[in-house]
Design a protein around this ligand. Structure first.
Ligand SMILES: Nc1ncnc2c1ncn2[C@@H]1O[C@H](COP(=O)(O)OP(=O)(O)OP(=O)(O)O)[C@@H](O)[C@H]1O
Length: 241
C-alpha cells in the first residue's frame, strides 16, 4: 500500500477489557477527502484515536508516508504532519481565540499569511480574535477547533464529526471551508454521520461496523448504487438530507 498516504492493516485496539477494533484495514490516498461512515459505536473515533497514538494498537500496523508509526507516541505522530480535530473540539475555553491559535502553532509564531488564509476560511476567527473562546457559539467553537489544526501546514488532518449538533447554515459554512481545504495539499480523513455532507465532500469512503471495515471504495460507487446504499444504510447510518 505504498501509494497511500495512510494505511491501516489488520488493526486491533483494546480499551481495557473491550476488544474495539477487530482487524481494521483502511487505505487513505494522498489528496482529497476519505470519509469514514458507520453507526454509533462502530469504532470510528477509536480508529482516529489509534492513528493518533491515544490508544496503542494491540495488533496490526499503521503506516504514514511510508513510515511505520504504529508504536509512536502522540507528539511524534503530530510532528510527522498529522493533526486531529476531536469530536469534543479540545479548545481552551478560558483563553481567547488568539491565545488558542497561538498555542496551536507548535513551530513558533503564527505565520501571518497562513493566518489570513485561515481567517478567510473561518471569518469568526478574525472577528472574535480577542474574545474568550468560551463565549463562542457551538459552530464557532468547531471552526476554531479546525482552524487550530490547520494553522500550520499538515499532510493529513483527522476530523471527527465536525457537523454534529450544528445548524444547517453552519454546516454549510463548515462544508465550504473543508472543500477549500481539500484543494490544498492537505489530505482529510473525515468521520461524518451527515451523509449529504459526507457524500458532497468525499472522494473515497469506508464504512465501519463492529470494529471492522465492511465497505471501501470510491464515493461515487456508493452514491451511484442505491442497492449498496440500502445495504449499508441498513447498518443504520444516520441519513440527514
Ligand atoms: N474510553 C472507552 N472506554 C470503554 N469503551 C469505549 C471507550 N471509548 C469507546 N468505547 C467503546 O468502543 C466502541 C466504539 O466506540 P467509538 O467511539 O469508536 O465509535 P464511533 O463509531 O466513533 O461511534 P460514535 O459515533 O458514537 O462516536 C463503543 O462500543 C464504545 O462504547
Amino acid at each position: 500500500m505504498a501509494d497511500h498516504l495512510l494505511s491501516l492493516s489488520g488493526l486491533h485496539t483494546h480499551i481495557g477489557p473491550y476488544h474495539i477494533l477487530q482487524g481494521v484495514d483502511l487505505a487513505v490516498p494522498e489528496g482529497g477527502v476519505t470519509v469514514l461512515l458507520g453507526r454509533n459505536g462502530a469504532g470510528k473515533t477509536t480508529t482516529l484515536r489509534t492513528i493518533m497514538g491515544h490508544w496503542t494498537a494491540s495488533q496490526g500496523e499503521i503506516h504514514f508516508a511510508n513510515h511505520n508509526i504504529t508504536k509512536l507516541d502522540t507528539p511524534s505522530i503530530s510532528r510527522r504532519g498529522i493533526a486531529f480535530v476531536p469530536e469534543d473540539m479540545a479548545i481552551f475555553t478560558d483563553l481567547t481565540v488568539a491565545e488558542n491559535m497561538s498555542l496551536a502553532a507548535a513551530n513558533g509564531p503564527i505565520d501571518a499569511k497562513r493566518l489570513a488564509w485561515v481567517t478567510d476560511l473561518f471569518p469568526p476567527i478574525g472577528s472574535f480574535w480577542n474574545s474568550s473562546a468560551g463565549t463562542l457559539s457551538g459552530g464557532q467553537k468547531q471552526m476554531l477547533s479546525v482552524a487550530r489544526a490547520i494553522i500550520e501546514p499538515r499532510r493529513l488532518i483527522l476530523i471527527d464529526e465536525p457537523t454534529k449538533g450544528l445548524a444547517p447554515a453552519i454546516i454549510k459554512a463548515m462544508t465550504d471551508a473543508l472543500r477549500e481545504l481539500k484543494e490544498t495539499d492537505t489530505t482529510i480523513l473525515l468521520v461524518e454521520q451527515n451523509f449529504a455532507m459526507a457524500s458532497s465532500l468525499g472522494d473515497t469512503v469506508a464504512v465501519m461496523d463492529d470494529g471492522r471495515i465492511v465497505f471501501a471504495g470510491a464515493m461515487s460507487e456508493l452514491t451511484g448504487n442505491p442497492t449498496l446504499q440500502e445495504k449499508l444504510m441498513g447498518l443504520s447510518l444516520e441519513v440527514h438530507q
